[in-house]
Design a protein around this ligand. Sequence first.
Ligand SMILES: N[C@@H](CCC(=O)N[C@@H](CS)C(=O)NCC(=O)O)C(=O)O
Length: 249
Amino acid sequence: MLELYHAEPIANSVKVLICLFEKNLDFQSHYVNLLRFEQHAPKYLAINPDGFVPTLVHDGTVITESSVINEYLDDAFPEPSLKPKEPVERARMRIWTKWIDDYFGPNASRIGWQFLLHPLAKKLGAQAMAEKVVHVPMADRREKWQTIADTGFSEAQLAEARGYVADGVRRLESILQRSSWTAGDHYSLSDIASYCVVPGLPRLAPDLVNEIKTPGIMRWLAAMNARPAVQRALAMPNKVPETLRALGL
Ligand SMILES: N[C@@H](CCC(=O)N[C@@H](CS)C(=O)NCC(=O)O)C(=O)O
């Protein structure tokens, strides 16, 4: 049996949801409400001690890290294959996925945290946040939550994050000017990985991602959005609006 612990269908959660739906796999969905800090609750930490989503559990075996989970799913359930056959395309798939995991994703996330989670932390108040932060298991993530609870990211930190996102957009556009998909001629796990950052950019950074400046990205995004697996992933529960409303934000 497959079980997926995940949040709303964005960021790292959507990556694994798309992969599961591409392979038409049945799985039990467990929604983890990040705004309610369920990822740091003892029950969840017993499954994934890092306190992140997503987490896959396959017949009792825990697999973490969204890109590793997707490689695992592709190995364990090879049809349809989401890895190109050509070694060079496979390498390109992994190089681009690594760049997303190391830079594109975390820097887009820093901006998202500032605009979504800093107001949430202010609303909850210093005392309540101190009680939450103490349960964050990973030191670097605890520091990030502490920053969000205190001052939020500095202008310099946000400028650095915007710089990485702009660099990611340049790199992706250059890839998609040369090929239909991010690894080459075939749809693959690196397209799925890219979907954790790119869909929000035309709305959040319209000066950066648009039909004139990044036609390759816009064409790729339309092709992604048309995939039934992507549509099924996007139809999964998103409790962010109702949680924010319940918290008075
Ligand atoms: N490298 C991990 C990162 C996972 C991650 O950062 N997940 C975010 C949601 S997209 C999370 O659980 N954040 C909650 C927190 O940091 O408290 C992966 O790719 O799975």
